[in-house]
Design a protein around this ligand. Structure first.
Ligand code: AMP
Length: 216
């Protein structure tokens, strides 16, 4: 199976589809947002540095995120993985190509395209678990079985600190600003696959599966 790099605005379903790839095919899910949140909860130097930046909806510095990602990729050599939340700048995309070339890693990029109003609604309804599972209280098929409790591990579900309207708008606008050069870059490398997510999640995932199977 081909490794996947998901590119998408906030709440387009990167986490949900990454999770489905993990459950159905055994992919390892690398979310740069989760890596950073883990640094924050462990109160590391990096965590202290990035907390306010993340809560405000801004991007953390390329240096920090590239180093975190590179260290993580070294731990999973040879296993199929899905990268969620990276790259978010053209510089990160170019750096990622260097890293993949150096480590001899093949991949396909999947852009999840979503309308802003829909992404906002999903952001405000999102609740997450420490174990990585994500739910949405506004979507029947994504609600937890018991309100506020994770179906998988039974822990209490929480809202992310940055899932509010103000932070969403900053994150979405940052995405729009940075995204075009990234998509052009991957189009040029012949790696870009576009999947429209403004429809039933089942069909979206089928398109994702087509990409990972066709390109392998
Ligand atoms: P996410 O969980 O992907 O929505 O990311 C949450 C936050 O983590 C973002 O709003 C950024 O502040 C930070 N972040 C995650 N990935 C990156 C990245 N590749 N570059 C810069 N900041 C990032």
């Amino acid at each position: 199976m081909e490794n996947v790099v998901f590119i998408a605005p906030p709440a387009a379903g990167k986490g949900t589809h990454s999770n489905s790839l993990k459950e159905k095919y055994g992919y390892i899910h690398i979310s740069t947002g989760d890596l950073l949140r883990s640094e924050i909860s462990k109160e590391t130097e990096i965590g202290k540095e990035v907390k306010a930046v993340m809560d405000a909806g801004n991007l953390v510095s390329d240096d920090i995120i590239i180093k975190l990602l590179e260290d993580n990729l070294k731990n999973i050599i040879g296993k199929p993985f899905v990268l969620d939340g990276f790259p978010r700048t053209l510089n990160q995309a170019q750096k990622l190509t260097e890293i993949f070339n150096k480590m001899n890693i093949g991949y396909e990029v999947i852009f999840l395209s979503i309308a802003q109003e829909e992404a906002m609604k999903r952001t405000l309804g999102r609740v997450v678990c420490n174990c990585g599972k994500t739910y949405n209280i506004y979507e029947e098929t994504l609600k937890p079985k018991v309100e506020g409790i994770c179906d998988v591990c039974g822990s209490k579900l929480v809202k992310r600190d940055d899932d509010n309207e103000e932070s969403f708008k900053i994150r979405f606008n940052t995405f729009l600003k940075n995204n075009e050069p990234i998509l052009d870059y991957y189009k040029g490398l012949n790696k870009l696959n576009i999947v429209n997510v403004n429809r039933d999640r089942k069909f979206v995932f089928e398109d994702v599966e087509e990409v990972i199977n066709d390109n392998y």
